[in-house]
Design a protein around this ligand. Structure first.
Ligand code: PLP
Length: 381
């Protein structure tokens, strides 16, 4: 059945599944002093080395976390905690950040009295680099702008932002949430110049519960979890060699297949979007801005996303609302408000996201199912 919710979670790669079975022997605690521990430690270090090489980061700067959320929370709260002593207490974020960043900024404001400056986006979710620079005082602690948006797929000019900030606001740390960009973009290139980069394994076809925060250069960053001093003192807790190996493998495969996967997926996405427009009266949200190849964000006029999604689920099609929170409830999307979509239009917004396993047949069946559901609910396009 058509599974078009890859931005939420994509299937574990067969190669990763095979490797997990093979590497279950890596159960030992990598901090131990015996052969089994050394094997786990070697696997962990090799994975760190590989992720570093694939992302333009020194191996010592690859710190494993429990996922994208932890990496995002840590980047925001860790930089603000580290800069508290020199009173740099201001963070600039875009208006379309994932909740893992946005809520961490709010948390920083309530914990430490940090000032949070929110920079708006255009009608397709794109930030203006000059606006971000202008909103950033020279003594700001952190700028955080995501590499690609989870709802719309819009790709931000992070490398350009890094260049401008390093020139005009040296000393300000730049963090980028590259969780959605990970499966599709050249991370070394698109995040070049960012000091901190968040990634998540399960978006790549690895396992849930693993992510990384990439640390580039000397970044003022307080540890998020304290205890045993693992991960070079950056993040305490027994390390998960298996999860690390799975993530390195998933990223290596994504990089190797990237060119072909991007071209074929964008082509299928365009076919899906054209079909939804022609057969179900869909209105695409992003037309001109650069966006990820798997994202198709549309709204159905006069529709309610939850009714459409319910109908699609009954027809065996998996998609999601513009914003679905972890509890599964559909909330008003801050991203859609930020792009200027009014509430009534936003209520009819649905996100279809394709992945590397999506087939032409799934796309055709999804178009057919959406057309039928919209016709039944609202009397057609
Ligand atoms: N950031 C973005 C842009 C995301 O899309 C997600 C997950 O959907 C996260 C962060 C959170 O990542 P994780 O699920 O690994 O905690």
């Amino acid at each position: 059945m058509p599974y078009l919710d890859h931005a939420a979670a994509t299937p574990v790669r067969a190669e990763v599944a095979a490797l997990v079975a093979e590497h279950l022997a890596l159960f030992a605690n990598p901090s131990g002093v015996h052969a089994a521990a050394r094997a786990a430690r070697k696997a962990l270090d090799d994975a760190r080395e590989e992720i570093g090489a694939l992302t333009g980061t020194r191996a010592q700067g690859v710190v494993f976390t429990s996922g994208g959320t932890e990496a995002d929370n840590w980047a925001v709260l860790g930089v603000l905690a580290a800069r508290a002593s020199d009173r740099a207490n201001l963070v600039v974020r875009s208006a379309v950040e994932h909740k893992a960043v946005a809520e961490a900024c709010t948390e920083a404001a309530s914990r430490t009295g940090a000032t949070v400056v929110v920079v708006g986006v255009d009608h397709e979710g794109l930030v203006d680099v000059e606006e971000v620079v202008a909103a950033t005082p020279a003594d700001a602690a952190l700028v955080t702008v995501m590499a690609a948006n989870n709802e719309l797929g819009t790709i931000q000019p992070i490398a350009e932002l890094a260049r401008r900030l390093s020139h005009h606001r040296p000393g300000v740390v730049l963090h980028t949430d590259a969780v959605q960009a990970g499966p599709w973009l050249d991370l070394a290139e698109v995040t070049a110049g960012a000091h901190l980069v968040s990634l998540s394994s399960h978006k790549l076809g690895g396992l849930k519960g693993t992510g990384v925060l990439l640390l580039r250069g000397t970044v003022p960053l307080a540890p998020f979890l304290v205890g045993g001093g693992q991960e070079l003192g950056h993040r305490a807790g027994t390390q998960d060699a298996l999860g690390a190996v799975a993530m390195a493998t998933a990223l290596r495969l994504a990089v190797a297949e990237r060119e072909v996967a991007v071209a074929t997926t964008a082509c299928r996405r365009d076919r899906l979007e054209a079909g939804l427009v022609a057969r179900a009266g869909a209105i695409p949200t992003v037309l001109a801005a650069p966006r990820l190849p798997g994202h198709c964000h549309v709204r159905f006029p006069q529709a309610m996303a939850d009714e459409v999604l319910f109908g699609l689920d009954r027809a065996g099609v998996a998609a999601s609302a513009g914003s679905s929170c972890s509890s599964g409830a559909i909330e008003q999307s801050e991203v859609l408000a930020a792009v200027g979509m009014d509430e009534a239009d936003a209520r009819g917004a649905v996100r279809f996201t394709l992945g590397r396993t999506t087939t032409d047949d799934e796309v055709e069946r999804a178009i057919e199912a959406v057309a039928t559901v919209v016709q039944r609910l609202y009397g057609g396009a």
